[in-house]
Design a protein around this ligand. Sequence first.
Ligand code: PBG
Ligand code: ZN
Length: 321
Amino acid sequence: MKRFRRLRTNNHIRRLVRETSISRDDLIYPIFVAEGKNIKNPVESMPGIYQYSVDRLDEILIQINRSRISGLLIFGIPNHKDELASSAYDDNGVTQMAIRHIKANYPELLVFADVCLCEYTSHGHCGVVEGDKILNDETLPLLSKMAVSLAKAGADIIAPSDMMDGRVAAIRQSLDENGFIDIPIMSYSAKFSSAYYSPFRNAAESAPCFGDRKTYQMDYANGREALREIADDISEGADIVMVKPALAYLDVIKEASRYEYPLAAYNVSGEYSMVKAAAQNGWIDEKSIVMENLTAIKRAGADIIITYHALDAARWLEEDV
Ligand code: PBG
Ligand code: ZN
């Protein structure tokens, strides 16, 4: 008789036939660096997540380093914001200072630098604003300048998240012209306009002060368009492509894996906060839910997972060896 249950009789045999596993190498942990001194601010909407100033960043860097995950994704929160996001490409800006500190003290940690203007603009949009429009081509030179400045500070991988058209090509050209031919680009290729980002906008102080991001981020109804976005980023020179968010977009991740390029998925703030909230209420078991979610993201086809659960997951993976 056919019995599927033969391969489920005990933990050893289940491990033997497991199709998908998560490794610490797959995980990237996002961090928020605030300008100023002696800052460790809890992010209200994201239990366990803090904004740190550079002088207190070691508290989290030590943990990241010990966890043996691949690296971190850095978001800077500047004091000075203006129309043209000038702090974003200031070589002495908060993000640049933080990257220099990290690379000087933890050279083996991979530093992914998010490239987008929304944390740096006074209006909170990801590009240059004119009237009620977010301009595309006028934004590209600013993103390029930001990317070069972050590479100069020591970023290992440049990660544009703005969703302007043509930004991967523009950034690639500027990096190359400035001698950063070996710095890869991880593009947020299929980034959907999502309500799952709202806790992040608390954390990064980057909510738009008018309108929304629907003229540049993708409509969540569109799976095929996501594939066009990814194909285009690859042709513009992206080395790693991304789907974001992750859990409500597993179909897109699955389809995107056909490109045979390293594929990242961003398990975003709202996905994290919902798990934490339910866990804090005792309604779910946090460890089991997180491992199930992360495994599902890998099973769908992601190679790399950016997640606020990374440090917990690394600890749980180690416990289970
Ligand atoms: C900036 C950016 C956002 C996220 C990553 N980079 C927010 C946004 O587009 O408003 C979201 C990450 C998360 O929710 O965890 N463009
Ligand atoms: Zn942005």
